[in-house]
Unconditional design. Structure first.
Length: 95
């Protein structure tokens, strides 16, 4: 799915939110456009709407997730593609 320029422009104009991924002290903070992530995720949409602490503080903690995995998710959100690792080899059954 490709984002149209007009839709991308509206996402870029939205406020940023902080997503804190992983456990301290190795957690990583990501800033993402609120309208973009909320339009693609019910979890983030619900977290940012209503009277939740996350909505007030504009920070969503994801302590059980891996920063690398979340970075890949953001890449998919923003460019709608992903990089295939060239060293990928399918698993084969052992004899």
């Amino acid at each position: 799915m490709c984002l149209h320029y007009t839709n991308l422009h509206s996402y870029v104009e939205s406020q940023g939110i902080c997503v804190r991924v992983g456990q301290q002290p190795q957690h990583k903070d990501f800033t993402v456009h609120e309208d973009l992530i909320c339009s693609r995720s019910e979890f983030f949409k619900n977290a940012m709407n209503g009277s939740w602490r996350e909505s007030d503080e504009r920070m969503i903690p994801l302590p059980e997730d891996e920063p690398g995995t979340f970075a890949l998710y953001l890449s998919l959100l923003y460019v709608s593609t992903r990089t295939i690792v060239s060293s990928f080899r399918p698993l084969t059954e052992s004899s």
